[in-house]
Ligand binder design. Structure first.
Ligand SMILES: [Zn+2]
Length: 189
């Protein structure tokens, strides 16, 4: 007989969803070609809740609208696999979405994995922007030449943090997105 004291999977999922509710000042919109919007939003809520709890850090209390979108890799304006652009009370996350171009339903495991990882990486940058910037993360510091553009980017403490967390969040919360929501896609010029 099942132990009635043990919460069911459904109860746990409900509690997790509740625990990861977004603060009222933070709004999230998504735009992807495959039907993964609900999963991306949930991924973001989980990551933000984990991030806040892990670093015992406060949210900003100004309004913030976060837009997360997949962009065509062949027309990527930045040339990066992912970027987070900050504006006045707005943030725009652009992720190169291989699903827009791939005709093969069986996307390579590595490409799909990297897509989720890039998404998690940029979502960590969003978390950094949504929380107290003064929170010290000394464990992230690696000596470098700040005048060297490449070193300044690679050893920036927020970049190091995002790189450390991207794979952890991919495995912990991103796995639901893996290979899901794909449909035949047509591009009209
Ligand atoms: Zn980054």
């Amino acid at each position: 007989m099942a132990d009635k004291e043990q919460p069911t999977k459904r109860q746990i999922a409900k509690a997790m969803n509740h625990a990861s509710k977004l603060p009222v000042n933070i709004k999230v919109t998504t735009a992807f070609i495959s039907k993964i919007d609900a999963k991306v939003k949930r991924l973001f809520r989980y990551i933000l809740a984990d991030y806040r709890h892990r670093f015992k850090i406060k949210y900003i209390n100004t309004p913030m609208s976060v837009v997360i979108m997949g962009i065509d890799p062949e027309n990527s304006p930045s040339g990066y696999l992912g970027v987070t652009i900050e504006g006045d009370e707005r943030m725009l996350v652009q992720i190169e979405d291989h699903r827009i171009r791939d005709e093969d339903e069986k996307t390579h495991f590595w490409v799909e994995t990297k897509f989720i990882e890039n998404l998690c990486h940029e979502l960590v940058h969003v978390c950094q922007n949504l929380t107290d910037p003064e929170c010290k993360r000394r464990w992230c510091y690696i000596a470098h030449n700040k005048k060297d553009e490449e070193e300044a980017y690679f050893f920036n403490r927020f970049e190091i943090e995002a790189r450390i967390l991207e794979q952890f969040y991919r495995d912990k919360y991103g796995i639901n997105i893996f290979m899901s929501g794909r449909k035949d896609i047509e591009i009209t010029k």
